[in-house]
Design a protein around this ligand. Structure first.
Ligand code: KG4
Ligand code: ZN
Length: 335
């Protein structure tokens, strides 16, 4: 059984043999955070406390199992909001102790990658994995589900965070990613040349704060005095900004993934994390993979955003390897 509480989703799932999802229960807090246009840690923590036990019970009963059928309790203990992670970690430790099951600690970002691998039986390795979420933009070399080498990450904002912040500037609803994708469909991606930050030629790191600021200046003027411009823009103008922004972010993500794949001779590209739900990103990566004769594996949409099936799935490999945690396990903000 996997447990996930790293951010704004309370989730529990039962997975057999690392890939057979018996149940996956997800309680999202998006509505609670929407009015703040971002996740409020204290609100997240309280909501996790309210939901964690019902969500765990539902995961066990929807799997049609008894607690005696569960082999181990896995939990995402890092990285994330500590006040949120601590709820899942405490629940997992308590269940492991009371039910007398082994405890397994899982890295939340590594687990996202598992969502992309789940569906493929004959996984060709090495793979390059792009994990793009609200908190992370990471490129890994993957030689086995447990062997990940970090090749690059964001030096400032995560890709999803940039989508969320630009949506706020454009007065679109939260979370910003789906809202930007929707309105961008009617926009012209070539309308505005927003910066496509590649850092230096060799770098596999990302930077998205520049493009966010560029959108802000475009909407409010360099002196930031034109705050009302967005309010008076036509829907077409907003769609053009959204489409141009999305195209710039996707371009950088795909170029860096290609760089990483070339450098590591990757046979497969894996895509996971909340931003992996973005159709333009999925299509552009597919095009790149077809041109370079690589297989692209993308997480199914329900498994792109936070869930516990990915936690239980990665935990299976740790279970087989005998990699268990003890009751001193702590929640950690960073990996
Ligand atoms: O993986 P996730 O559920 O949570 C974190 O671990 O952060 O990712 C949430 C992020 C949000 O920033 C959201 O705006 C973004 O994923 N997102 C998208 C789309 N759907 C969700 N970004 C772009 N396009 C989408 N369709
Ligand atoms: Zn996540």
């Amino acid at each position: 059984m996997g447990i996930e509480t790293s951010c704004d989703v309370t989730a529990a799932a039962v997975v057999a043999d690392g890939r057979n999802i018996k149940s996956s229960v997800v309680a999202s807090q998006v509505q609670l955070h929407a009015e703040f246009s971002g996740v409020v840690p204290e609100i997240a923590s309280r909501a996790h406390i309210e939901k964690i036990l019902p969500v765990i019970s539902a995961a066990v009963s929807e799997a049609g199992l008894q607690k005696s059928d569960i082999d181990a309790i896995a939990v995402a203990n890092q990285p994330g909001l500590v006040v949120a992670l601590i709820v899942g970690v405490t629940a997992a430790k308590t269940l492991a102790f009371v039910w007398e099951k082994p405890l397994i600690a899982v890295n939340h970002v590594h687990a996202h990658l598992q969502s992309a691998m789940l569906t493929e039986v004959n996984l060709q390795l090495p793979a390059v994995a792009l994990i793009v979420s609200g908190g992370h933009t990471n490129l890994y070399e993957c030689t086995s589900p447990l062997d990940l080498t970090l090749l690059g990450s964001t030096v400032d904002d995560a890709a999803g965070e940039a989508f969320d912040k630009v949506a706020t500037i454009l007065r679109l609803p939260y979370p910003g990613g789906p809202a930007i994708e929707k309105i961008a469909k009617q926009g012209d991606a070539g309308a505005i040349a927003f910066p496509r930050s590649m850092l230096d030629r060799e770098s596999l790191d990302f930077s998205f704060s520049g493009i966010k600021t560029a959108v802000l200046y475009y909407c409010r003027g360099q002196d930031m005095k034109g705050a009302d411009r967005v309010a008076s823009m036509t829907e077409q103008e907003i769609a053009d900004i959204a489409a141009s922004f999305q195209a710039a972010v996707v371009y950088v993500l795909v170029e860096k993934t290609k760089r990483a794949a070339d450098r590591t001779n990757a046979k497969t590209v894996l895509l996971g994390g909340g931003v992996a739900a973005n159709s333009m990103l999925r299509e552009s990566l597919l095009q790149m993979c077809e041109q370079t004769r690589r297989l692209l594996l993308v997480a199914p949409k329900p498994l792109c955003t936070d869930n516990a099936a990915m936690v239980a799935s990665l935990a299976w490999y740790k279970y087989i390897a005998g990699d268990f945690a003890d009751l001193s396990l702590e929640a950690k903000a960073t990996s």
